[in-house]
Design a binder for this molecule. Structure first.
Ligand SMILES: *[C@@H]1O[C@H](CO)[C@@H](O)[C@H](O)[C@H]1NC(C)=O
Ligand SMILES: *[C@@H]1O[C@H](CO)[C@@H](O)[C@H](O)[C@H]1NC(C)=O
Ligand SMILES: *[C@@H]1O[C@H](CO)[C@@H](O)[C@H](O)[C@H]1NC(C)=O
Ligand SMILES: *[C@@H]1O[C@H](CO)[C@@H](O)[C@H](O)[C@H]1NC(C)=O
Ligand SMILES: *[C@@H]1O[C@H](CO)[C@@H](O)[C@H](O)[C@H]1NC(C)=O
Ligand SMILES: *[C@@H]1O[C@H](CO)[C@@H](O)[C@H](O)[C@H]1NC(C)=O
Length: 427
C-alpha cells in the first residue's frame, strides 16, 4: 500500500513539471512540405511547379472532404477524410522513450494521431526508421474495454481479446490499421524547449498501404473529435490552439502552431466568429457574404470548412461565378486559360507585372475578413496570375492560402475562431 502511494506520488512529481511546461503554452515550428527543412522538399521544382501541385492536391482533398462532410451532416460515422498525400504542413515529433524522431502531417481535418510502427507488414516504403514499441519503456497498448477505444469510428478487439485495434480506410483504397496505444510524445518548442506529453493515445500502425508519402511517418490530428491532440491535451492547453501561416512564396521562415496561453489571439484588429461545431472532426464557420470594391454578393448562410491541408479556397459554383464576373469587370487584363483546368480565372500579366488585384472581404458571422491578393491570387507561371478560389458543388473550404499572414485562433471551450492580421514571418 505504502509503496503504491509512493509510486503514485513519484509519478505525480514526474508529471507535474511536464504538464506545467505545457500549461504555460508552447509553440512548435510548422514545416511546409515544400520548405528545405521538409523531408518532402524537392529542390528540382520551381515555385510555380509547387503551386500547381498544391492546387491539384486541393482538388483531390476537396473530394474527400465533401464525402466526409455529407456523411457527417447526415449523422453517419465516417473515417478520416484525409489521405496523407494531402500533406501540406508537417511537424517534428519525438515518439517514445528513448525518442524516435518522426515528421508527422499536421491536419485540422482528422482526429486520430498515428504513426507507423515495427513490425509493419505491407507498409509503404519509408525512409525514416520506424518507431519500435518494444524498445520504448513508455509504450502501452490500450485495452479494448477502455473508453478511449470506443472513441474510434470502428473499434475492434485483437483476436487474443485484449488490445484495442483501429482501422482507417481512405476513400482511395489506402488504409492504416494497428493497435491503439499510449505513449509519451515530445515536442521541440520555440527556444529549443522540450515539451513532453505523457500518455498520448495514438494509433501504432502495423499495416498501412496506399498513396502515402514515403518520408512522412504519420499524422497529428487536430480535429474536434475526442482522439485529436487538442482534445487530448484538453484543459492543459485550455482547449486552445492557433497558427500563423507564412506566405507560401517564403521558404526561409517557418510557420508556427501554438497551444495554450501562446494561442490567445489578441489585439486591436481581432475579429471572431462562432465555430458551428455540429460536425465531428471538421471545423466549420458560417459565410454570409463576399464583397469586392463595396459590392456585395450575399451568400445563403453557407457552412464552410476552415482547413489547414487544402491550399485553394473552394466555394459553391454560383458564388464563384458571381465573384469572377465582378473581378473581370475590375481587372482589365487579358484572360488566359489554365491548360490543366484547375483554375478558372487567370490573367496574363506579362505587360502589367505590377498590377494590383482588388481585396475580397469574406464576411463570416460577426467577422469581416479582408483578404488581399496575397490570400486570393497565385502566380501560375512567370506571366500568369490565377484566382486561388475555385468552384466545387456542395462544398466550402477556406484553404491555407486564404489564411496566410493571419494569426488564427481556435478556442474550443468557447467555440470561437479568431483572426488577426499578422506578419507571420515575424510573429
Ligand atoms: C520515396 O519516394 C521517392 C519519390 O517517389 C523515391 O525516389 C524514393 O526512392 C522513395 N524511397 C523509398 C525508400 O522507397
Ligand atoms: C467523447 O467523449 C465524451 C466523454 O468525454 C463522450 O461522452 C462522447 O460520447 C465521446 N464522443 C465520441 C464520438 O465517442
Ligand atoms: C494481443 O494481440 C495484439 C495485436 O496482435 C498484440 O499487439 C498484443 O501484444 C497481444 N497481447 C497479448 C497479451 O498477447
Ligand atoms: C536542441 O536540443 C536538443 C536536445 O536537447 C539538442 O540535441 C539540439 O542540438 C538543440 N538544438 C539547438 C538548435 O540548440
Ligand atoms: C467604399 O465605400 C466607402 C465608404 O462608403 C468609400 O469611402 C470608398 O471610397 C468606397 N470604395 C470604393 C472602391 O468604391
Ligand atoms: C501574354 O501576353 C504576351 C504579350 O502580349 C504574349 O506574348 C503571350 O503570348 C501571352 N501569353 C499567353 C499565355 O497568352
Amino acid at each position: 500500500m505504502a509503496s503504491t502511494s509512493l509510486a503514485l506520488f513519484s509519478l505525480l512529481l514526474l508529471l507535474l513539471p511536464l504538464l506545467a511546461s505545457a500549461k504555460g503554452g508552447f509553440s512548435i515550428e510548422l514545416i511546409h512540405r515544400d520548405s528545405p527543412k521538409s523531408p518532402l522538399h524537392d529542390p528540382s521544382k520551381t515555385l510555380f511547379d509547387r503551386v500547381r501541385e498544391d492546387a491539384r492536391r486541393s482538388i483531390a482533398r476537396a473530394e474527400r472532404l465533401r464525402h466526409a462532410f455529407s456523411l457527417a451532416a447526415s449523422g453517419d460515422t465516417y473515417q478520416s477524410p484525409v489521405i496523407p498525400d494531402a500533406a501540406i504542413y508537417l511537424m517534428e515529433v519525438d515518439v517514445g522513450t528513448p525518442t524516435n524522431k518522426i515528421f508527422a502531417i499536421v491536419d485540422t481535418g482528422s482526429d486520430l494521431i498515428w504513426t507507423d510502427c515495427k513490425p509493419c507488414k505491407d507498409c509503404y516504403p519509408q525512409e525514416a526508421p520506424l518507431f519500435d514499441p518494444k524498445k520504448s519503456s513508455t509504450y502501452r497498448d490500450i485495452s479494448c474495454r477502455a473508453s478511449t477505444c470506443s472513441y474510434l469510428p470502428e473499434p475492434a478487439c485483437s483476436t487474443n481479446g485484449s488490445t484495442c485495434q483501429y482501422t482507417y480506410n481512405y476513400a482511395d483504397g489506402s488504409h492504416t490499421s494497428g493497435n491503439l496505444a499510449s505513449e509519451t510524445f515530445t515536442f521541440r518548442a520555440a527556444g529549443n524547449r522540450s515539451v513532453k506529453i505523457p500518455k498520448v493515445t495514438f494509433g501504432c500502425s502495423h499495416d498501412s498501404q496506399g498513396t502515402f508519402d514515403n518520408s512522412s511517418a504519420g499524422i497529428v490530428g487536430l480535429g474536434t473529435g475526442n482522439l485529436s491532440l487538442v482534445s487530448q491535451l484538453g484543459s492543459v492547453i485550455d482547449k486552445k490552439f492557433s497558427y500563423c501561416f507564412v506566405p507560401h512564396t517564403e521558404t526561409s521562415v517557418s510557420s508556427k502552431i501554438s497551444f495554450g496561453a501562446n494561442a490567445v489571439v489578441s489585439g486591436r484588429n481581432v475579429v471572431s466568429t462562432p465555430l458551428l461545431g455540429q460536425l465531428e472532426t471538421l471545423y466549420t464557420v458560417s459565410l454570409q457574404s463576399l464583397t469586392v470594391d463595396n459590392d456585395s454578393i450575399p451568400v445563403n448562410s453557407f457552412a464552410v470548412i476552415i482547413d489547414s491541408g487544402t491550399t485553394l479556397t473552394i466555394l459553391d459554383p454560383t458564388l464563384v461565378q458571381s465573384l469572377e464576373q465582378k473581378l473581370t469587370k475590375i481587372i482589365h487584363l487579358p484572360r488566359v486559360q489554365d491548360p490543366e483546368g484547375t483554375f478558372s480565372l487567370c490573367f496574363n500579366v506579362s505587360k502589367n507585372p505590377k498590377e494590383q488585384f482588388p481585396d475580397i472581404t469574406f464576411l463570416f458571422d460577426g467577422a469581416a475578413l479582408t483578404l488581399s491578393s496575397l490570400n486570393t491570387f497565385v502566380r501560375y507561371d512567370e506571366n500568369t496570375v490565377c484566382l486561388a478560389i475555385v468552384a466545387q458543388d456542395d462544398l466550402g473550404v477556406i484553404g491555407n492560402i486564404a489564411q496566410q499572414n493571419f494569426h488564427i485562433g481556435y478556442d474550443l471551450d468557447n467555440q470561437r475562431l479568431s483572426f488577426a492580421p499578422a506578419d507571420c514571418t515575424k510573429s
